[in-house]
Design a protein around this ligand. Structure first.
Ligand code: CA
Length: 227
């Protein structure tokens, strides 16, 4: 999962970055609104965490411009305690949810996960495909009842493939999910992570099929068509 965080409070931004990093999520941080317009146009984010009080442009104005430009990514606003009008305006402008500062990190994480699941049309915290079970909220995966030990990148990769299944995900899209600006992941590197993940899935029936020239698809070998 890749999150864009637009927040001018550096300490809060660092805290959020660390908390999400522990879950294997990439957080790209901007302290101003203006560059966020470009970032959203260039990269494939799963969610925007948007502070409303920003130095260069009101977060609400940024939200208005993003929606006007047709960007549909989920937006969670971070607002001040007494800013009822901001919250109402933000929801009317197309924000999906809000949290009032100061907030508890577990609540923020749960809301972020819920919004991303909803936007992927998957309302379940526990996703399954054949013998594979991924509990997103608990951050646990099992294959045929055996715990899968995954690195953060392998977890993200598997989560994206499972959310997308039976659709094919492009290598570039997977690279975007695994990337942060300070550590850009190339499409070639995605191949390496896919092969490591394949090794860990080896003893089950779930497999990552290469769709040549396009990307990858997660399948249950027992009901997947050949080819
Ligand atoms: Ca602020």
């Amino acid at each position: 999962m890749r999150i864009l965080l637009v927040e001018d409070d550096a300490m809060l931004a660092d805290g959020l970055r660390e908390a999400f990093a522990r879950l294997g999520y990439g957080v790209d941080h901007l302290a101003r609104a203006e560059p966020a317009l470009t970032a959203v146009a260039l990269h494939d984010f799963d969610l925007l965490l948007l502070d409303i009080g920003l130095p260069d442009m009101d977060g609400l104005e940024l939200l208005r411009r993003l929606r006007a430009a047709g960007h549909r990514l989920p937006v969670l606003m971070l607002t001040a305690r007494d800013a009822l009008q901001d919250r109402v305006a933000g929801l009317n402008l197309g924000a999906d949810d809000y949290l009032v500062k100061p907030f508890a990190m577990p609540e923020l994480i749960a809301r972020v996960q819920a919004l991303v699941r909803r936007s992927q049309s998957n309302a379940q915290s526990v996703m399954t495909l054949g013998e594979l079970v991924m509990d997103i909220a608990a951050h646990q995966a099992t294959l045929g009842g055996q715990a899968l030990r995954l690195t953060k990148r392998e977890w993200t990769l598997l989560e994206r493939l499972l959310l997308a299944a039976p659709r094919v995900l492009s290598k570039q899209k997977l690279a975007d999910s695994l990337s942060q600006w300070d550590k850009e992941i190339t499409a070639n590197a995605v191949e390496i992570y896919v092969s490591r993940l394949r090794a860990k899935l080896e003893h089950g029936t779930v497999l990552i099929r290469t769709v040549h020239g396009i990307g990858y698809r997660l399948e249950d070998a027992r009901d997947a068509p050949a080819g």
